[in-house]
Design a protein around this ligand. Structure first.
Ligand code: HEM
Length: 450
C-alpha cells in the first residue's frame, strides 16, 4: 500500500494557471518531473527560480557556502509582522549572533533537563485522548494542542491551560487563517518593488500575540533579576551571554525569538505527529511493534528514549514521506553556474525536502512506507545525501534534537495506550501551507488498549 501522495500538474501550464494552482496548494502545483530532475528552472517575468535536487548542489547551498545563499526575503515577508527580527528571518552577522545565544539552550545535555516537561505534556495528551475514543476524531487538533503544550512547558514552565499560553495558541490560529504563511511571492511573479499589504486583521493579531508574549518575557526578566526564575529554556536563553559581543538578548529581542520557537516548534511537530499516527493506522503491523516497544515507558527517565528504536525509525520515515517543511527558499548573492547553466544573482533557489525525499533516482521504493530502510545501504546513503527534514548545515533547525525526542516520546506514549485505525472514506490529502497538512484533517479512530 502506498501512503497518500498529492496529484501533480501537467508539465506545461501558463504562468496564470501556475499562480492559481499555487494558491490552492504548493505541492499539487508542481509537475511530476520534479521527482526525477536534478535541477529545474522556472521562468517568471521578474526573476528565475531553480529547484535544486542534486545532492552535491544541495550541499553547496546549505553546508559548504551558506553565506552566499542567504534566506530569501520574498518568503519572509508574510512572517515579518509576527516575527520581527527573529532568527528564522535574519541573515549575516545578526543571524550568527542570535544563533550563538540560542544554540546552547538546545544542546544535547540540555535535552535531558527539558525531558520531564515533554513527558508531562505527553501524559496530558494521552489523558485528553480518553475523551475521544470510539468515534471518528480529527487528530491534528490534538497534535497541535500537544505540540503547543510542549513548547510552553519547556520554554516557560507553564502548561497550555495557563491563561496567556492558551491565548497565544488561539491567536496563532487566527493569524494563520488571515495570513497564509508560506508566502507565494517566492514562486509567483510579483515584482520586488510592489508593496505587500497585510490585512488589518493580520497586523492586529500579530500585535496581540506579541503583546502576550511580551508579558511572559517581561515577567521572566523580573524573575531572573530576583533570582527566582525556573531553570527552563527561556531562562537559559535569556541569561546566555554571546561570547563574541558579551551581550544578552534584550526583553524585546526575546519576544521575536519566542514567537518563532512557538511557530516553528509547534506547527511542525504537530504535522509530523499527525502524519505518523495516520501511517500507524495504515500499517497496523508497525503499530503493534511500536506499541510493544512503548511498554518501556513506565517512568520519566530520559535514557528510555534510546530504547525506542522502532519508534524512531517510524518517525524518521514519516518525516521523509511528509516533511513538515516541504520547501525552503534561498537567494544567491552572486552569479553561479550550476549544471552548466548560468544563474543570475538574486535568483530564488528552492530546496525541496518534499521532492528530494521521494526522488526516484535516489531512493529505493521512494513512495513506500518502510522504516527498515534506515538499516540498508541505500537508506544510509540517502540519509546522508538526500534527507533533510530539518534542513542542514549551519542553518539547520535549532530544535532538531528536541523534535526527535518529542516526536518519538509522544508517538510511543499514544500507541502504548491506544490502538488506532483509519476512518473509511476519509483518506487525507497532503497539502502545503506553512507545513504539510491534510486538506480536510487527519481522521482516526482510537480505542483504549487493554
Ligand atoms: C518535526 C519538527 C520540526 C521540523 C520538521 C522542523 C524543520 C525545520 C526546518 C526545515 C528549518 C529550516 C527552515 C529554512 O531554512 O527555511 C527549521 C528552522 C528552525 N526551527 Fe525547526 N523544525 C521542527 C521543530 C522545531 C522546534 C521544536 C523548534 C524549537 C523549539 C524549532 C525551531 C526552529 C528555529 C528557531 C529555526 C530557524 C533556524 C535558523 O534559521 O537559523 N523547530 N526547522
Amino acid at each position: 500500500m502506498i501512503p497518500p501522495k498529492p496529484p501533480t500538474r501537467p508539465n506545461k501550464v501558463s504562468l496564470r494557471q501556475y499562480a492559481k494552482l499555487f494558491k490552492q496548494d504548493l505541492l499539487s502545483a508542481q509537475p511530476q518531473r520534479l521527482y526525477r530532475a536534478w535541477m529545474a528552472e522556472f521562468r517568471t517575468p521578474f526573476f528565475r527560480s531553480y529547484l535544486i535536487n542534486q545532492p552535491d548542489l544541495v550541499k553547496t547551498l546549505l553546508k559548504d557556502r551558506p553565506d552566499d545563499f542567504p534566506k530569501s526575503g520574498r518568503v519572509s515577508e508574510g512572517l515579518r509582522p509576527l516575527l520581527g527580527n527573529s532568527v528564522f528571518l535574519t541573515n549575516g552577522d545578526v543571524w550568527k549572533r542570535q544563533r550563538r545565544i540560542i544554540d546552547p539552550a538546545f544542546e544535547g545535555g540540555r535535552l535531558r533537563d527539558t525531558f520531564p516537561a515533554m513527558w508531562d505534556a505527553a501524559e496530558a495528551s494521552v489523558a485528553r485522548l480518553a475523551n475521544h475514543t470510539g468515534k471518528d476524531y480529527e487528530i491534528e487538533e490534538e497534535t497541535s494542542h500537544t505540540a503547543a503544550d510542549v513548547i510552553f512547558r519547556t520554554l516557560f514552565s507553564i502548561p497550555i491551560e495557563h491563561e496567556i499560553a492558551s491565548q497565544v495558541f488561539t491567536q496563532f490560529r487566527d493569524y494563520q487563517r488571515s495570513q497564509p504563511i508560506l508566502n507565494i511571492a517566492a514562486f509567483v511573479p510579483l515584482p520586488k518593488w510592489m508593496p505587500r499589504f497585510f490585512s488589518r486583521r493580520t497586523k492586529e493579531t500579530a500585535k496581540t500575540i506579541r503583546a502576550l508574549i511580551k508579558q511572559l518575557t517581561d515577567d521572566r526578566m523580573a524573575e531572573i533579576k530576583a533570582g527566582t526564575a525556573p531553570d527552563d529554556l527561556a531562562t537559559k536563553i535569556m541569561t546566555t551571554v554571546d561570547p563574541e559581543t558579551g551581550e544578552t538578548f534584550s526583553a524585546d529581542e526575546m519576544v521575536d525569538q519566542v514567537a518563532i520557537f512557538f511557530l516553528a516548534g509547534h506547527e511542525t511537530s504537530a504535522s509530523a505527529l499527525a502524519w505518523t499516527l495516520y501511517l500507524m493506522a495504515l500499517f497496523p503491523d508497525w503499530q503493534e511493534k511500536v506499541a510493544e516497544e512503548a511498554k518501556a515507558l513506565t517512568t520519566c527517565d530520559f535514557s528510555v528514549i534510546r530504547s525506542l528504536k522502532l519508534s524512531r525509525d517510524v518517525f524518521r520515515e514519516s518525516l521523509r514521506l511528509y516533511p513538515p517543511v516541504p520547501m525552503m527558499v534561498r537567494q544567491n548573492s552572486a552569479p553561479e553556474t550550476f549544471r552548466e547553466r548560468d544563474i543570475k544573482s538574486g535568483s530564488q533557489m528552492v530546496l525541496s525536502p518534499w521532492h528530494l525525499h521521494r526522488h526516484e533516482r535516489l531512493w529505493d521504493n521512494p513512495d513506500g512506507f518502510d522504516p527498515t530502510r534506515w538499516d540498508t545501504e541505500n537508506g544510509k546513503t540517502c540519509a546522508r545525501d538526500a534527507y533533510m527534514p530539518f534542513s542542514a548545515g549551519s542553518r539547520v533547525c535549532t530544535g532538531a534534537g528536541f523534535a526527535m525526542v518529542e516526536g518519538v516520546l509522544i508517538l510511543s506514549m499514544i500507541l502504548r495506550d491506544y490502538k488506532i485505525t483509519a476512518v473509511k472514506g476519509k483518506d487525507p490529502v497532503p497539502v502545503a501551507h506553512l507545513t504539510v497538512r491534510s486538506k480536510d484533517g487527519i481522521w482516526l479512530r482510537l480505542e483504549k488498549r487493554k
